[in-house]
Design a binder for this molecule. Structure first.
Ligand code: CS2
Ligand code: MN
Length: 355
């Protein structure tokens, strides 16, 4: 297991490599070329520069999160083949630069969605929160405004202003993309890229939908064990794998995370471990990574990953905003560093007790 942290790159992250290196629990970083629009080619020079920035900071680039998928691929529109070609060229360039892990998602229009980016907690920290009754009151064409004005000046992953400016057009383009069509488009994409992934040993790790249900009437398919298994069986290569994001799958209390881990044995290449607290049906808020602070049993989750022989990359996921920190919501330094320490402690305990 390799513990990592997400880093958005110089100029896009409030956290420095100096700070990340001192966390000590973290061996590597998960990063990206954050300025790239979905569908743009990544050149070897750009990838090499990112790698060098991180390695000069004393850490390794352990994987990419994300090479985002152009909407044409998700929609299945005629120009999807051109964008798939571009994606393949980007994978080739990543492979040539020694990158072997790529995270992505197949959510239409938005990435993770929340109704509140800074919900105050009794302890004075703030968290990301989701309340379906609040979401239902929002006109999707205005949600970007809500997100953008509360994101401390940062662009949130998957919420690129350039795409959000076309939100009406995007909703129209996805209008008849039901779950079956979206699933077929995902399989089409995966089958097209697998030969390149196999050639370079690149493990693709699809990130589950967050929350794990349809939002604003948009289809969502990476939401539960059945759909994950269906996707893995449809494209059986080991390089077609999963990012096990406990908070995203855990947003639906019916999802048995430990059961999903066992069911996906051998196909989990990346794990985002975070806790959330269910407060009512369709209502949850994020929490400290500690089991007792939320609704998930993080120890059982880490134990299950150990039991299935997980040897991939783990990172703490969204943290609380602590001690007045102003960072990208969910991506502050302090609570994710605390999370990394906690997760490393759990893993060490389980590992040493098993020997
Ligand atoms: C991330 C997602 O911030 C997050 O919760 O887990 O934005 C994730 O990076 C993307 O969905 C993966 O493409
Ligand atoms: Mn995640």
């Amino acid at each position: 297991m390799k513990m990592t942290m997400r880093y958005y790159g110089k100029g896009y992250d409030s956290i420095t490599l100096e700070q990340l290196r001192q966390i000590r629990y973290v061996e590597g970083l998960i990063s990206t070329l954050y300025y790239k629009q979905p569908g743009e080619l990544w050149t070897r020079e750009e990838i090499r520069a990112l790698k060098k920035e991180i390695e000069d900071g004393g850490l390794e680039l352990s994987g990419i999160e994300s090479v985002n998928i152009h909407d044409a691929i998700k929609i299945g529109s005629p120009e999807r083949d051109m964008y798939i070609e571009n994606y393949i060229k980007t994978l080739e360039n990543l492979g040539e630069e020694g990158i072997d892990l790529v995270c992505y998602n197949f959510m239409p229009v938005f990435d993770w969605t929340r109704s509140d980016l800074a919900k105050p907690r009794p302890d004075g920290s703030t968290v990301l929160a989701y309340d379906q009754s609040e979401i239902d009151k929002i006109d999707p064409e205005n949600i970007f405004e809500n997100i953008d004005k509360n994101s401390n000046g940062f662009v949130l992953p998957g919420w690129e202003p350039e795409r959000m400016a076309r939100i009406k057009e995007l909703f129209e383009a996805y209008a008849d993309v039901d779950e079956e069509k979206l699933f077929a488009n995902l399989v089409y994409f995966l089958k097209a890229i697998m030969p390149t992934c196999e050639k370079y040993g690149i493990k693709m790790a699809i990130h589950p939908d967050d929350p794990a249900w349809s939002v604003f009437g948009l289809s969502r398919i990476i939401t539960n064990k059945e759909n994950l298994l269906r996707m893995l069986e449809a494209v059986p290569s080991v390089y077609n794998g999963v990012t096990l994001c406990t908070g995203s799958l855990g947003s639906n209390p019916d999802n048995d995370i430990v059961g999903i881990i066992h069911a996906l044995k051998g196909r989990i290449h990346f794990a985002h471990i975070r806790n959330i607290k269910h407060t009512a049906p369709g209502k949850f808020e994020e929490a400290a990574h500690l089991s007792a602070d939320g609704s998930l049993d993080i120890m059982q989750i880490v134990k299950a990953l150990y039991e299935v022989g997980f040897d991939g990359v783990i990172r703490p996921d969204h943290g609380r905003a602590l001690w007045g920190e102003k960072a990208m919501p969910g991506y502050g330094l302090y609570d994710r560093a605390l999370g990394a320490a906690y997760l490393c402690g759990l893993w060490e305990m389980i590992d040493k007790l098993s020997k």
